[in-house]
Design a protein around this ligand. Sequence first.
Ligand code: MG
Ligand code: FE
Length: 170
Amino acid sequence: MTTTYQDNLLDWLRDAHAMEQQAETLLRAQSSRLENYPVLKSRIDQHLEETLGQQRLLEGALTQAGGDTSLLKDLAGKAMALGQGLVGMTMTDEVVKGAMSGYVFENVEIASYTVLIAAAESAGDVRTRGVCEQILKQEVAMAQWLLDHLPELTQAFLARDATPGLTARR
Ligand code: MG
Ligand code: FE
């Protein structure tokens, strides 16, 4: 048995689509819970919009590459994200842990689109490569933003946590 370049590319595009469904669930959960960290919340909301756009781009790439969008693996991704979201909500420092998890998730996305770009190149699919390069830029920007803002977010959390009457966790 052999698998064509095209089949692997389509499979990984479906994986990416499931990942973006997971991203949507996680970002929505984080945004809806944040109350005292407006800068983080607004960056999350911006990336949520980008994530919805990425889902559309991937659906377009799948259709264009001859894939069947009815075979999408989204349910598993949603269930996984729900599990991760629930774990995060039990923490007294959920804003910090959430930002850390977000950074990890963005880096998984960066790795996924780096793989997809190489696979699209091998399959000779210039359009899909372009789409994945476009998405990769948004993931790199989000990962970098989270990393840049982790120190001030941590210090804001610590200051609130040390102040009577203020809620720090979210
Ligand atoms: Mg994404
Ligand atoms: Fe992302």
